[in-house]
Write a protein that binds this ligand. Structure first.
Ligand code: KDG
Ligand code: MG
Length: 403
């Protein structure tokens, strides 16, 4: 049985900040886990170094469930993004170790493959509708089966999801938060046109998705969902903030557009009512922010009872370690729906060499033992952490709003 000898936290910035935990054992086998919480990275790094590492030394690395319960129940202070990202990182690293000891990729330990690969969606974004459609066409040429459309809104200087970059979207920057401005009425006028022109240009063989990024009230979301029904979206994401799970009842009463939510959720309790009342169709909770593979499997098991499928968050702030873990999870879980995939920069990929691969719109985690992803510590040490914030958002009259 491998005993834990050290738990180290590596903070690096190969193009953007990442926090990685590395667990070493007395058998020479190590595992890694992602602990990146965008814009609040050092809080999780400290949680791991100062509070989690000391209690893990000497423990049996194979006791994944027991360690999960120990960190969750043993802290007294349950849930929250910082705690759950820290637990997630440890959980990922322990699954990595177990796989390496067994000589098997993690998905084999989770019951084996339930499908040949995980369907992923890419991000097409442009400063206007025409540019977004051009970007989407590039995804089609690359073999994607699903693409998310986000477009700049006339009259607004910047819009969520739109950047100058071709395939990446990196909102966290600046040593202080950028301020953006929002108008629901300008946005609501544009989105149906985006999807009408999107369908005309891209056809019906591609799944189309859209992220509202928490910006509408429930009744506005119901209206948008209804307006988008002719274009048969795969999903409408984060239509309204989800602290109040009941709010989704109102949206459901007004539209059959499928709903996805949960990239900021950190536990099963955030989604319990949404799932049990079938208020959503896809649950977006992800390995790194929702307690690791162990807890995400619990969420997926609950969701499966209610025909809710998975659609894990996978933006660039989720490191290749999370991407690998998400693919092992997604390949094995019965109610997989789709996986978000934003390619990382070359610098990031060089620091985190990995076995996962993309082919014709599907991704596979590869068959390397464990998670199939590593960290090049020498290279990582060359990129120093630098504080970066997500933007904040105001209404045009200056009222603080949801970003
Ligand atoms: O860190 C925040 C981003 O990951 C988030 O804004 C991206 O909404 C997002 C998405 O759907 O990828
Ligand atoms: Mg989102």
């Amino acid at each position: 049985m491998p005993r834990i000898t050290s738990v180290r936290v590596i903070v690096t910035r190969p193009g953007r900040n990442f926090v990685t935990v590395k667990i070493e054992t007395d058998e020479g086998i190590y595992g890694i886990g992602d602990a990146t919480l965008n814009g609040r990275e050092l809080a999780v790094a400290s949680y791991l170094t100062d509070h989690v590492a000391p209690v893990l030394i000497g423990r049996d690395a194979h006791r994944i469930e027991d360690i999960w319960q120990y960190l969750y129940k043993g802290a007294y202070w349950r849930r929250g993004p910082v705690t759950m990202s820290a637990i997630a990182a440890i959980d990922m690293a322990l699954w990595d170790i177990k796989g390496k000891v067994a000589g098997l990729p993690v998905y084999q330990l989770l019951g084996g493959a339930s499908r040949d690969g995980c369907m992923v969606y890419g991000h097409a974004n442009g400063s206007d509708v025409s540019e977004t459609i051009e970007r989407a066409q590039e995804y089609l040429e690359k073999g994607y089966k699903a693409v998310r459309l986000q477009s700049g809104v006339p009259g607004l200087k910047s819009t969520y999801g739109v950047s100058g970059e071709r395939f990446y979207y990196e909102p966290a920057k600046g040593s202080l938060p950028e301020e953006s401005f929002w108008s629901t009425s300008k946005y609501m006028r544009l989105v149906p046109e985006l999807f009408q022109r999107g369908r005309d240009a891209l056809g019906w063989d591609i799944h189309l998705l859209h992220d509202v990024h928490h910006r509408l009230t429930p009744i506005e979301a119901g209206r948008l969902g209804k307006d988008l029904e002719p274009y048969r979206l795969f999903w409408l994401e984060d239509a309204t903030p989800a602290e109040n799970q009941e709010a989704f009842r109102l949206i459901r009463q007004h539209t059959t557009t499928p709903l996805a939510v949960g990239e900021i959720f950190n536990s099963i309790w955030d989604a319990k009512q949404l799932i049990e009342e079938q208020l959503i169709d896809y649950i977006r909770a992800t390995v790194v922010h929702a307690g690791g593979i162990t807890h995400l499997r619990r969420i997926a098991a609950l969701a499966d009872l209610y025909q809710v499928r998975t659609g894990c968050h996978g933006a660039t702030d989720l490191s290749p370690v999370t991407m690998a873990a998400a693919l092992h999870f997604g390949l094995s879980v019965p109610n997989f729906g789709i996986q978000e995939y934003m390619v990382h920069t070359e610098e990031t990929d060089a620091v985190f060499p990995h076995a996962y691969r993309f082919d014709q719109g599907l991704m596979h985690p590869g068959d390397a033992p464990g998670l199939g992803v590593d960290i090049d510590e020498t290279l990582a040490a060359k990129y120093e952490y630098s504080r970066a914030y997500l933007p904040v958002n105001r209404l045009e009259d200056g009222t603080m709003f949801n970003w």
